[in-house]
Design a protein around this ligand. Structure first.
Ligand code: PA5
Length: 431
């Protein structure tokens, strides 16, 4: 079954701050305009992430490249940050088997401890470093690249065999280096920004290198995009997600939006969503006023022993979006005749997956009893197609929410100052 959203616990029938029938009507009618703005933007080529067809040729290039690497590498290391890393991390967590080779690592920070510890663990002659930067100008990624390049030189290894780039088709220093040194380089279309780029080689190159089913991932994305071609709110999962969360913020003061997967495989969907929702929507609005929700990531059942207390009894300013899977991988049964302590005797003969599901249900019901809103996104499984559906749904929801919040979801002007000050400090030798 395709991705589905249960929004019953967002409604006034379930909680006092929920959506009334009159509000639902208003949201549904208003969504016509929101969807039209999206469709117009799409037609004008603003949302390149939707145009999966025109990226097909590049996907095939990536596939051919990966096909030529006959068991050459035991380690693939992605160097990138923000939108150039979080998608690959989410895919690795969703799909990786601990025994799979090559192993996929993503270094998305410049903490020297992490980077040098990884370098100590990998065999340089069996490692492919995938440098990902849409702009090619990101100092963290360029610094990592320069260090790796020096390691390769010292070891006498050919850069063109141990490096691959994903960057702009024409602009930026990585593209120049690729041309100069014949380093394989794949393209991020100019109209696809970092946090919207997981369906380009930013996500598909690491995925294919690590042996994941990137084709099914793109199929899921395509199916979701086509489902969201509807201006009818109840038929459009991204419209529902974006509209309900925006309305909760604007009408009920619930501007903290918690994405809480009940699946370890989906754990890193949460930080990916946090960047997407936060960096896209946290902006000055059309009147120059601060706007946008505060996204938070959590994980069930682990955070029932942590954040849940706050969600239940802390400030009533949050909406929880649970993400669940219909089928768990490798489920395990608690033995019916085993040594099960009395406190957990009800688990005899039941599986860990059943326990996780029961806890997800119970948490949603407990939130209702505390008059806190939640919705549940259900995926068939933690698999490539479902991940494609979920990520596309959340990206389209972000564009809709941009219209509702009256912000431009595509830029990130607020992050520039920090970058500028760091650069100035290092240029002057100030630490
Ligand atoms: O979403 C974004 O645009 C950012 O988070 C970028 O992905 C991040 O700043 C890295 O940029 P780049 O890919 O140009 O190195």
């Amino acid at each position: 079954m395709p991705l589905r959203i249960d929004d019953a616990r967002m409604m006034a029938a379930a909680i006092p701050s929920g959506v009334t029938p009159a509000e639902w009507n208003e949201l549904s009618i208003g969504f016509g305009e929101v969807h039209k703005a999206f469709a117009d933007g799409r037609k004008a080529g603003k949302y390149g992430f939707l145009d999966l067809e025109s990226q097909h040729a590049e996907f095939e290039r990536v596939r051919r490249f990966v096909g030529t690497l006959t068991a050459t590498y035991s380690e693939i290391v992605v160097l990138g940050i923000g939108g150039s890393a979080l998608g690959a991390i989410a895919l690795r967590t969703a799909f990786a088997k601990h025994t799979s080779v090559p192993r996929l690592h993503v270094v998305d920070n410049v903490d020297p401890g992490t980077f040098s510890a990884l370098a100590d663990r990998v065999a340089l002659d069996r490692t492919l470093w995938v440098v990902i930067s849409k702009s090619g100008n990101t100092v963290e990624t360029l610094a990592q690249y320069a260090i790796v390049r020096a390691w390769l030189k010292r070891a006498g290894l050919a850069p063109a065999r141990h490096l691959a780039f994903v960057t702009d088709p024409a602009a930026g220093p990585l593209r120049e280096i690729a041309v100069r040194d014949a380093i394989p380089a794949f393209e991020v279309p100019p109209n696809v920004g970092g946090r919207f780029s997981v369906f380009t080689p930013v996500g598909t190159l690491p995925a294919l290198l690590a042996g994941y089913d990137a084709g099914a991932f793109l199929d899921g994305a395509r199916a979701m995009r086509d489902r969201c071609d509807s201006a009818e709110l109840s038929a459009n999962p991204a419209g529902l997600f974006g509209s309900l969360l925006w309305r909760a913020h604007q009408r009920a003061g619930q501007g903290t939006h918690v994405l809480m997967p009940y699946s370890d495989g989906l754990r890193d969907l949460a930080p990916w969503f946090v960047q997407l929702w936060g960096e896209s929507l946290g902006k000055k609005d059309a009147d120059g006023l601060p706007a946008g929700p505060t996204p938070v990531g959590a994980r069930g059942a682990t955070d029932q022993h942590s954040l849940l207390q706050l969600l239940m009894e802390g400030p009533a300013d949050k909406v929880v979006a649970f993400v669940r899977v219909a089928a768990h991988k490798g489920d395990l049964i608690v033995p019916a005749n085993g040594d099960v302590p009395e406190a957990a005797a009800f688990m005899k003969g039941r599986s860990l997956g059943e326990l996780l599901d029961a806890e997800a249900d119970a948490t949603a019901r407990a939130l209702v009893s505390a008059a806190r809103p939640s919705l549940t996104i259900t995926l068939d499984a933690c698999d490539a197609r479902s991940m494609g559906e979920a990520m596309m749904m959340l990206m389209i929801a972000t564009i809709y929410a941009g219209t509702l919040y009256r912000v431009d979801p595509l830029g990130q002007p607020g992050v520039e100052l920090g970058k500028k000050l760091a650069k100035e400090a290092l240029s002057k030798g100030v630490s």
